[in-house]
Design a protein around this ligand. Structure first.
Ligand SMILES: CC(C)(COP(=O)(O)OP(=O)(O)OC[C@H]1O[C@@H](n2cnc3c(N)ncnc32)[C@H](O)[C@@H]1OP(=O)(O)O)[C@@H](O)C(=O)NCCC(=O)NCCS
Length: 172
């Protein structure tokens, strides 16, 4: 399916990660660890692009999009859907922003648009999300997205879920 994705919100652009993003990918691959090398970042990006090519309508493998601020063209992080483990019932939502961009509603704005895209353009039927119990911001985002609390996973992390039918929130 489409591998060159571009989604626009009020303040953001979500788009396929490209090799031009390698410095950002290197510096933010793991927020709590040293940057990875540019060579490693390029390999990660090629891996992401190869994953996009495996996605089919209604059956996603992995999707990872760069989040860019429209006005300044700054790369601020990424978001996506992970269904690498096809034994899991549905894909998992993820988002990660550079710390200086936290608290401005960007992750909620990006995830809202991503869910819309997933349900309308990719024809997915359900998406789940999970976070460490102490990650209050991530949990709040899932609640604000209209995701329903499903219970605790074996690792004690709360699990949330949303279906295509329930996704009635307006895109930004
Ligand atoms: C989680 C993360 C993406 C949030 O990004 P963000 O752009 O700051 O999120 P938003 O501003 O869109 O929304 C955060 C929400 O959490 C709330 N929040 C933030 N910190 C909170 C806290 N300590 N307790 C309760 N609520 C909190 C905010 O008020 C906001 O809710 P609101 O819109 O109802 O006011 C960002 O912190 C991040 O990248 N963290 C590291 C990676 C990560 O943890 N990813 C999630 C893995 S599951």
């Amino acid at each position: 399916m489409k591998t060159n994705i571009l989604i626009q919100t009020k303040r953001l652009i979500l788009r396929t990660v490209t090799l031009a993003d390698r410095e950002h990918v290197a510096s933010s691959w793991k927020l709590d660890a040293e940057p990875i090398s540019l060579n490693e970042a390029e390999q990660k990006i090629l891996w992401m692009q190869a994953n996009h090519e495996k996605n089919l309508p209604g059956k996603i493998f992995h999707l990872c999009l760069s989040i860019i601020i429209k006005d300044t063209n700054e790369f601020i992080g990424w978001c996506g859907l992970d269904h690498l483990d096809q034994e899991k019932t549905d894909p998992a939502l993820f988002y990660l922003l550079k710390a200086k961009f936290w608290g401005k509603g960007y992750a909620t704005e990006a995830a809202t648009a991503l869910l819309k895209y997933a349900f309308t353009e990719m024809n997915l039927v359900s998406i789940h999300g999970s976070a460490d119990p102490e990650n209050h911001a991530s949990i709040r985002i899932m609640e604000n997205l209209g995701m329903q609390f499903m219970g605790l996973a074996k690792n004690g992390c709360p699990v949330y879920s949303i279906t295509k039918e329930a996704d009635g929130i307006n895109p930004f």
